[in-house]
Design a protein around this ligand. Structure first.
Ligand SMILES: Nc1ncnc2c1ncn2[C@@H]1O[C@H](COP(=O)(O)OP(=O)(O)O)[C@@H](O)[C@H]1O
Ligand SMILES: [Mg+2]
Length: 281
């Protein structure tokens, strides 16, 4: 019996009627397009929940719109056990070779998006480096073949250069193969529109949530490792839209997820309550 190996990736095929909603914050759309045309691999740097994955989905959609032949976006959520073979593929019990996500995207000329690359095992650099420099190739030793990436292929990685990076960091030899686009939470006026669109709350509520988000972000370092992301503001909006009281919605969507430290929690909770009360009397 052939044993099925489950690889952690999904291929989202282009679908013209489903344009991912994305608001350009700082000209990143144009930069990404230029990098794509010049066959430059791209690194997206920024905190969690600030729009990196959504941006890649939108760009894959836009680039497909311009392209005669359609190609997939292959997203790999990296984790601490992910190794080079997980990306390249492996032989099944019946001898058949099952292509891994890197091989799938090279063969199909797709966009390979390695999300949170820093989590992956070090040996994944044997896959990443040749795909990220002039070689643009993938060697599959087990098949005795080297695959050249077609022009439409692009490598994109994301990483969060946050507080953990003292423990885990990318090697310079990896970093220096990419152009890097810095992401951050959008400015309040832009973020307001995003929260409104994504959660379905009205403009005023969205604006207040962004203000509350700014308040929490300013506490970063004072006990908080990361501020409340755009994603969390959207979650709070979804709760409020469905009738959950703003004070409770903000506590469970914005505060509870970002700290496990009971002292920090108690400190911040009172301040947050006052701020929420101020906007939602
Ligand atoms: N610039 C943006 N335009 C549209 N939506 C955004 C933007 N930034 C963040 N979002 C919203 O925030 C959510 C979280 O973003 P995501 O791309 O998953 O973050 P990341 O990959 O950086 O962790 C998205 O699902 C989307 O709803
Ligand atoms: Mg992401």
């Amino acid at each position: 019996m052939a044993q099925k190996i489950t690889l952690e990736y999904d291929i989202s095929e282009y679908s013209p009627d489903k344009e991912p909603f994305y608001v350009d914050v700082n000209g990143e759309t144009n930069i990404f397009r230029t990098a794509y045309q010049e066959n430059l691999p791209v690194m997206l740097k920024g905190p969690t929940g600030c729009g990196k994955s959504r941006f890649v989905e939108r760009m894959a959609h836009e680039l497909n719109k311009d392209s005669k032949t359609k190609f997939p976006l292959v997203t790999v959520p990296c984790h601490e056990d992910l190794n080079a073979d997980d990306l390249k593929g492996r032989h099944l019990m019946n001898g058949e070779y099952m292509d891994g996500p890197a091989l799938v995207s090279v063969k199909s000329g797709g966009i390979l998006y390695l999300d949170e690359i820093v989590e992956a095992r070090n040996d994944t650099t044997v896959v990443i480096h040749p795909l990220a420099d002039h070689r643009r190739s993938l060697a599959i030793e087990k098949l005795g073949k080297v695959y050249e990436a077609p022009d439409s292929f692009m490598l994109v990685i994301s990483y969060n250069p946050g507080y953990q990076r003292k423990i885990k960091d990318l090697k310079q030899s990896t970093k220096q193969r990419f152009v890097a686009i810095n992401f951050d939470y959008p400015s309040p006026d832009v973020e307001k529109g995003i929260v409104e669109h994504e959660s379905g709350v009205d403009g005023k509520t969205a604006e207040y949530l962004t203000e509350i988000g700014t308040y929490l972000r300013n506490l970063k370092g004072k006990g908080l490792d990361e501020g409340a992301s755009t994603r969390l503001l959207i979650n709070a909006g979804k709760l409020i839209k469905n009738g959950i009281e703003p004070a409770q919605a903000c506590e469970i969507a914005l505060l509870n997820p970002i700290t496990d430290d009971i002292d920090v929690y108690q400190d911040i909770r009172k301040g947050l309550e006052d701020v929420v009360q101020n906007f939602f009397p």
